[in-house]
Write a protein of this length. Sequence first.
Length: 371
Amino acid sequence: MSAAGAAVFLLLPMLIGTAVEDLGFSEQQAGLLASSYFTGYFLTGVSAFFWIRRISWPRIAITAYITLAVGLGLSGALEHLYGLVITLFVAGCAAGALFGLGVTIVSDSDKPDRNFGFVLATQQFLAAILFFTLPDLVIVPWGFQGLNFVLAAVSLLLGISAFWIPSGSASTVTVAGLRTTVNLASRKAVWISLVALSLYFAALSGVWAFVERLADFNGLSISQIGGALAVAMIGGVLGGLAAVAAGTRWGRKIPLIGSTVLFLAVFVFYGRGFQTVGFTLATSLFVAAWNYVLAYQMAIISELDRDGRYAVLMPAAQALGAIVGPAVAGMVILGVGYGPLLWMASMSIGVAILPFVFLKAHDEMAELPAS
């Protein structure tokens, strides 16, 4: 479920690059497409707070998979900007439902750090396959249209998984004593961490959305870029699996701070110019660090959410960042170029990581070695 929900975001550089090359859109117009998708994603994520535990989970999944495929299929049939804004908005609504459902299921588990890491690794593995195959087999011969049709087909194929998920309900979900006591302090901490997650995602998605354009600006071909991004997805798999293997062995501050330092180093490298090998290595580190740290961020929020109602807002927080990030990034690139964008992203990440570093959610659990 979460793999389908995250697929368009993970393929965002390819989607935006293809829209620019094949449909003749500017970076700002292509950023609008990304923002429309994540607006739908965001609205569904916010509304899920009210219905995610009231409706049968298989019913949610089946409806969302079909809607996602229809939205992407219609996007493949259109070339006008505002028509695509509408169809990608619909697809985003469906993807938000799928990802929110996946987050809810994992948040109810006993080891959220490891389970979120496994989910993120699975998403990256699917994206790696698509990055390896789509550029030469689909985008070159069929362009933006073919890309959307293939993504629609993949969504329907993944939809088979809907028949094997638990039914889920408010009365059947319990979480081992962690969420029996709800207080205002914990809810305030949840909201602070959700805002921080949104800012973090805005900074990272603003760079990620245009990393293909940045590579093109440095003279890389579409095949070189596609191969580099495919390798980067493998880095994402390794990042997620690293969170699975480590658990809370080193607590959470070290992964949070270490990943942030790595992001800053990658952005400095992007700003100095690069060739294929350097771009591949830097982007692999970028994606690996993102998936590694995200598992811990989501686990922190999950544990702070003692009554199990607010974790479902994580996709909405991510989507809000993904709405703002590409839209602002497109305007910054159009106005002053890639350098200022990288500096803005660096400063935003530095600010956004602080609440996660200093949150004292279940400190005693964070100090225990992973079993």
